[in-house]
Write a protein that binds this ligand. Structure first.
Ligand SMILES: NC(=O)c1ccc[n+]([C@@H]2O[C@H](COP(=O)([O-])OP(=O)(O)OC[C@H]3O[C@@H](n4cnc5c(N)ncnc54)[C@H](O)[C@@H]3O)[C@@H](O)[C@H]2O)c1
Ligand SMILES: O=C(O)C[C@H](O)C(=O)O
Length: 327
């Protein structure tokens, strides 16, 4: 049996937390041979509800659950954490853009970044889910000067999964037949779901759908899917978000397969002409616990415009939160 790893989850008593913790404890994220200790962070008033979640976790008698910690202190939650899923933050309501949450949520991620810096494992893998995810990840990273900046990532995997499933539905295929999709940029309505390198059953996707559908239906529907869920459910996506978080961490920790790539929000190194430093959705492959940007993809004028528009939004978000960066 492997030694247990420590997985910190913030916002553990929230909607996503409720869908996420049980899947981590059952081995969906790190494998059926990897015991986990769940270190759950909540705000003080939510600790009683979190106690109830822990009662349920215990009632599942998961073979892989090696321990639980419930706390309102980030220094305790992130102690020796190997993985940290930063979910705790306010969700948007109908009519809001995700960046409207920056003021309400931005302040959460500086202190958490600092606590991660001071207490987590030196090669902790951090995934920010709380919105606006890319810029919150940047705030956390900028408060963790002792860690490799690449430890901090943001979730665009939900968009990636949505893009796969909507293309599969249109072409009468299954999502497993779809490869080579990229979500470039921000987890926001400027994100760019790129089909230029995608295939369905091995054939180029863009030869199987028409350009008008791609441009005027598919792209906006993927971009607006979060808002459509809020409208339909009266609450933001939770189970699908949790599932995407599991996918993101599993790919990062256990690797991607063959020439498959996935989309992750990661610190830009300037690849594809993107401003270095912003947390930008890129196509990546993962191996041995590290991610690497897929290089050499052709970017035509249609794509260039969209890569730059979502980069511009991330630069503006960064400018708005620079006051929250650590010294
Ligand atoms: N990146 C994505 O694809 C994606 C997808 C879905 C939702 N989200 C975002 O995830 C976040 C959580 O969504 P939810 O539906 O679970 O919301 P929720 O309101 O149900 O739960 C959030 C939880 O976070 C807790 N919390 C608040 N501040 C905290 C702090 N400082 N430390 C620890 N916990 C704290 C709250 O008490 C609450 O229990 C939202 O910001 C939402 O917009 C992102
Ligand atoms: O859209 C939202 O605000 C929630 C989440 O980011 C989503 O994409 O479903």
């Amino acid at each position: 049996m492997k030694a247990p790893v420590r997985v910190a989850v913030t916002g553990a008593a929230g909607q996503i937390g409720y869908a996420l913790l049980f899947r981590i404890a059952s081995g969906d994220m790190l494998g059926k041979d990897q015991p986990v200790i769940l270190q759950m962070l909540e705000i003080t008033p939510a600790l009683p509800a979190l106690e109830g979640v822990i009662m349920e976790l215990n009632d599942c008698a998961f073979p892989l659950l090696a321990g639980t910690v419930a706390t309102d202190d980030p220094n305790v939650a992130f102690k020796d954490a190997d993985f940290a899923l930063l979910v705790g933050a306010m969700p948007r309501k109908q009519g809001m853009e995700r960046k409207d949450l920056l003021e309400a949520n931005g302040g959460i991620f500086g202190p958490q970044g600092k606590a991660i810096n001071d207490h987590a494992s030196r090669d902790v893998k951090v995934l920010v889910v709380g919105n606006p995810a890319n810029t919150n990840a940047l705030i956390a990273q900028q408060n963790a000067p002792d860690l490799d900046p690449k430890c901090f990532t943001a979730m665009v995997r939900l968009d990636h999964n949505r893009a796969m499933s909507q293309l599969a539905e249109k072409t009468g295929a299954h999502s497993t037949d779809v490869k080579g999709i990229t979500i470039w940029g921000n987890h926001s309505s400027t994100q760019y779901p790129d089909l230029h390198h995608a295939t369905v059953n091995g054939k180029p996707a863009l030869t199987q759908v028409d350009q008008d559908w791609y441009e005027n239906t598919y792209i906006p529907e993927v971009q607006q899917r979060g808002a459509a869920i809020i409208k339909a459910r009266g609450a933001s996506s939770a189970a699908s978000a949790a599932s995407a978080a599991i996918d993101h961490m599993r790919s990062w920790a256990l690797g991607t397969e063959g020439d498959e790539w996935v989309s992750m929000g990661i610190p830009s190194d300037g690849s594809y002409g993107i401003e270095p430093g912003v947390i930008y959705g890129y196509p990546v492959t993962c191996k041995d616990g590290k991610y690497e940007i897929v290089q050499g993809l052709d970017i035509n004028d249609f794509s260039r415009l969209r890569l730059d528009a979502t980069e511009q939004e991330l630069r503006e978000e960064r400018a708005a939160v620079e006051g929250l960066f650590g010294k």
